[in-house]
Design a protein around this ligand. Structure first.
Ligand code: AP5
Length: 219
């Protein structure tokens, strides 16, 4: 049963690579009955379809670097406009730079973003999680380890390791997060929209904290 009483919720999930944004965005989307838009998933879809955007993005992604703002902003804003359900959206992985955040604020109708939920996890734990992560080739759901079958528990697709989950790329992504994305914490804090959640708890507990931070009841 959805907690969302027809509110136009615009939620941003912020946090370092491996913090659990994708895991939690999927759970929140089901709980609140609003779409989940993940910039990384969209870029990987473009890569696998061999589009011009996918080709341009590919070398940045495999090195753990951010794809240039102009490419990502256009892709996300087109998607937000196209899929406007009137109930809002959960943004996972976007915005990731101050320019992206400012452009998003300008594009959304007032009051814009309702809440930015920042999932905090230590660097040691991030490296461990990403090193053990296997992702579904079809639905992109993350899994810890390959399991016995190597098959996705959600859709039955084949599991594989993302090229940016190689050790060098993990380190680079964490550094890029600290340099280019962490400043967004202050940006949303100054707007009174930030809520920080401890991501080193069980998946269910993190979900409950996120739902509580949005002012809804638990799962
Ligand atoms: P993207 O796909 O967004 O990657 P990311 O931000 O690095 O995030 P991850 O998907 O690695 O981690 P996550 O926080 O979603 O964690 P997850 O839920 O999987 O971006 C990839 C690339 O695309 C970027 O590097 C960049 O090149 C490009 N890009 C994307 N957006 C861009 C933008 N806006 N601008 C420019 N470039 C952009 O969980 C991780 C693991 O931990 C999983 O195995 C999971 O099962 C496990 N786990 C989750 N929660 C818990 C828990 N509570 N306890 C224990 N394990 C847990």
């Amino acid at each position: 049963m959805s907690d969302n009483q027809n509110q136009n919720l615009q939620i941003v999930l912020l946090g370092p690579p491996g913090a659990g944004k994708g895991t939690q965005a999927g759970l929140l989307a089901r709980h609140l009955d609003i779409p989940h838009l993940a910039s990384g998933d969209l870029l990987r879809e473009h890569r696998s379809m061999g589009t011009e955007l996918g080709t341009q993005a590919s070398s940045y992604m495999s090195k753990g670097l951010l794809v240039p703002d102009n490419l990502v902003i256009q892709m996300i804003l087109e998607r937000i406009t196209r899929q406007d359900s009137g109930l809002g959206v959960i943004l996972d992985g976007f915005p990731r730079t101050l320019d992206q955040a400012v452009t998003l604020d300008a594009a959304l109708p007032a009051p814009g973003i309702n809440k930015t939920l920042c999932i905090k996890v230590s660097e040691t734990e991030l490296i461990k999680r990403l090193g053990d992560r296997f992702t579904c080739k079809d639905c992109q759901a993350p899994h810890q380890g390959l399991g016995e079958s190597g098959i996705c528990g959600a859709c039955g697709g084949e599991l594989h390791q993302r090229d940016d989950d190689a050790p060098m790329a993990i380190q680079k992504r964490i550094q890029v997060y600290q340099d280019q994305t962490e400043p967004l914490i202050g940006y949303y804090e100054s707007q009174g929209k930030l809520c920080v959640i401890d991501g080193e708890q069980s998946v269910d507990t993190v979900t409950e904290c996120l739902i509580g931070a949005l002012g809804f009841s638990g799962i």
